[in-house]
Unconditional design. Structure first.
Length: 313
C-alpha cells in the first residue's frame, strides 16, 4: 500500500472569465485536508479580472500559465504538460471540492492502484440545493473498480464529471489528452478512450460540486455543433466489436444526441453516416421507430415533445 508521501497531485484549473467564482474554487483546493499538491491555473485569454484574482492569492503552490484563447481542451492539456506530479486532478474554475476530496482519492488510488481513471461521485448545486448524481450501483458499494461502459449505459448520464476526476499523467499523455477543436463532449470522448484501455475506479461518495448557478451566458451553448466540433460524430471510431458494453454505450449515446439533428435536418449527411453504423437491434424500439420516420414527421415529434417538457417544467 502506498504511503501518503508517495501520492502527490497536480491540480489543473482551466480559467476563462470566472472572476465571480475562481477565488472560492481555489480556496476549496487550498483547504484540502491532504496537503501534497500543486495548482496549475491555465488562463485561456480571460478578458475580466480572473487572472488578477488568482495572482492576489499568496500561496507558492499556485502557478499561473497565460495563453491566447484556444479553448478549454487546449488549456487543460497545457496544464497537464506542465504538471510535475504523477497524478493529475482536474477542477473547473467555477466548481469546488469537499475538504477531504484529495484524501479520499488517495484512499481510492491505494485500493485500486491499476486504474487509469479515478472518479468520485459529484453533486449538482443550484440555488444552494445539492442534487447528488444517481449512480445506480449495487447497494453497499463504497469504492472500487467498475465497468464504466455498463455503468454509464444505465442512465446515459455521465457518471464521470471533469471536476471529480484524477488521471495518472502517463495515461493521459499516452491516450493523447482532451481532443482539441471539439466544443461539445470532449471530456466524454476522453473518458471512453481511457476506459477502453484501462481500468476505472470509482468512489461512491459525493466529493465534488458542479456549479449550476453560473450565469446562463457562461454555460455551454445548446447550439448544434457541426461534425468537427461535436464529439458524437467521431465517437463511432472508438467502437470495438469485441467489447459489447462499449458498443452498446456508443450506439445509445449517438441515438440520443442526434435526435435534434435528425429532426431539424442539421448536418444531415454526417448524421446519416453516423446512424448507418448503429446496431438498432440492441437498442430500444422507440429509436428504431423515431429514426424510421420521415424527417418532417420526426420534426413534429421532436418539437411537440420539447413543448410538452417546457410546459411541465
Amino acid at each position: 500500500m502506498a504511503q501518503d508521501g508517495e501520492i502527490r497531485f497536480s491540480v489543473v484549473i482551466p480559467l476563462y472569465n470566472k472572476r465571480r467564482y475562481v477565488r472560492d474554487t481555489l480556496q476549496s483546493v487550498l483547504a484540502q485536508s491532504y496537503p501534497r499538491f500543486e495548482i496549475i491555473v491555465v488562463d485561456d485569454g480571460s478578458t475580466d479580472e480572473s487572472v488578477e484574482i488568482v495572482k492576489s492569492i499568496n500561496d507558492n503552490r499556485i502557478r499561473v500559465i497565460e495563453q491566447r484563447n484556444s479553448g478549454v481542451s487546449v488549456a487543460r492539456n497545457r496544464g497537464v504538460w506542465e504538471a510535475k506530479e504523477r497524478y493529475v486532478a482536474f477542477l473547473d474554475a467555477d466548481d469546488w471540492w469537499h475538504p477531504d476530496y484529495l484524501q479520499r482519492m488517495v484512499r481510492l488510488i491505494e485500493e485500486c492502484p491499476k486504474a487509469g481513471l479515478y472518479a468520485a461521485r459529484y453533486a449538482e448545486v443550484q440555488n444552494q440545493v445539492e442534487r447528488p448524481f444517481d449512480l445506480r450501483v449495487a447497494q453497499g458499494f463504497g469504492q472500487g473498480y467498475v465497468d464504466y461502459f455498463e455503468l454509464y449505459a444505465r442512465t446515459f448520464m455521465s457518471p464521470v464529471w471533469t471536476s471529480a476526476v484524477v488521471i495518472p499523467k502517463d495515461v493521459f499523455v499516452r491516450v493523447g489528452g482532451f481532443p482539441e477543436g471539439i466544443r461539445a463532449g470532449e471530456d466524454i470522448m476522453l473518458w471512453i478512450k481511457i476506459a477502453s484501455q484501462e481500468k476505472v475506479a470509482y468512489l461512491n461518495e459525493v466529493s465534488a460540486y458542479y456549479n449550476h448557478d453560473v450565469d446562463a451566458n457562461e454555460r455551454l451553448s445548446k447550439k448544434l455543433y457541426g461534425p468537427k466540433e461535436n464529439y458524437i460524430f467521431g465517437l463511432g471510431q472508438l467502437r470495438d466489436k469485441k467489447n459489447v458494453s462499449l458498443c452498446y454505450l456508443i450506439d445509445g449515446l449517438i441515438l440520443r444526441t442526434l435526435r435534434p439533428y435528425y429532426a431539424l435536418g442539421v448536418y444531415s449527411e454526417a448524421t446519416h453516416d453516423a446512424l448507418r453504423e448503429i446496431d438498432f437491434r440492441s437498442q430500444p424500439l422507440i429509436y428504431r421507430l423515431y429514426y424510421g420516420l420521415p424527417q418532417w414527421c420526426a420534426k413534429l415529434v421532436y418539437v411537440g415533445l420539447k413543448r410538452i417538457r417546457r410546459l411541465l417544467s
